[in-house]
Design a protein around this ligand. Sequence first.
Ligand SMILES: C[S@@+](CC[C@H](N)C(=O)[O-])C[C@H]1O[C@@H](n2cnc3c(N)ncnc32)[C@H](O)[C@@H]1O
Length: 274
Amino acid sequence: MAYKNRMNDMDNKSWLKFQKSWFIHNPPRRKKDVLTHPAKYPETMVQEFIEFFTKEGATVLDPMAGTGSSLVAALRCGRNSYGIELNPKYAGIARDILAEEKASLTEAGQNSSLTAEIINGDAANATSFDIPEIDYLITSPPYWDMLHARGSATQKKRREESDLDVIYSENPDDVGNIRDYEAFLEKLIHIYAAMKPLMRDRAYLTIIVKNVKKGGKIYPLAWDIGRELGKVYTLKDEKVWCQDNQRLAPYGMGNAWVSNTFHHYCLQFRKEDK
Ligand SMILES: C[S@@+](CC[C@H](N)C(=O)[O-])C[C@H]1O[C@@H](n2cnc3c(N)ncnc32)[C@H](O)[C@@H]1O
């Protein structure tokens, strides 16, 4: 049966495939420039979301753009994009990567007139920047202040490779530097809510996030964002991103239950009348 597709440019088979509530995506190895950044998500995965939630020529926003993965993904599938990033170093790396990506698209004879713009600033001020109406937002926040946790295996490895950043920045406006969980959550929700005037009616937002383990307990960041941001946008759904190429660590072995957490929540919200 033929449906009128108002959402995207996909055929029914690809649409159906994306509807599964979980997926496995193992990030490809990162290049040195983006390795500097402590936590980036794979462009290949973001592209699948952008292709589902928008049509070609649409405009995508990532308010915490890091080294620009969302914008690279948008370019690769013919969408315009804007990114806001607080740390000038990451904003600079993102701009270089985007220039390279545009050049290789031009070389391949693809559309190079697309916008892919990084704004160096605080996402809390998004409405004061020159950003047009947004059709889709995809982003991932700092997972609270977890990069400050000295003990984690990833952090130890990064310290050994000494030129890699261990935290995003010392900037107090960086939400990853807010040590109180409730204050962090409140600021993050405030930032996402501040995007609402920029979003077109019925646009979707995807927030990729994990629950956080700290001091022997879970802080349910993903679920708290679902509950609190669900008061601003409609919480529609979750899609669980699983990684199955990570090394298992014997946390708590013989003593206590501590999982190896290899999944993230991709939370889908929609701007609807509330
Ligand atoms: C999880 S990382 C995003 C990584 C990105 N998805 C990528 O693939 O490169 C979160 C980013 O949020 C940035 N950030 C933190 N607070 C911010 C704020 N108030 N405004 C804008 N960016 C902020 C950090 O500098 C960091 O780069």
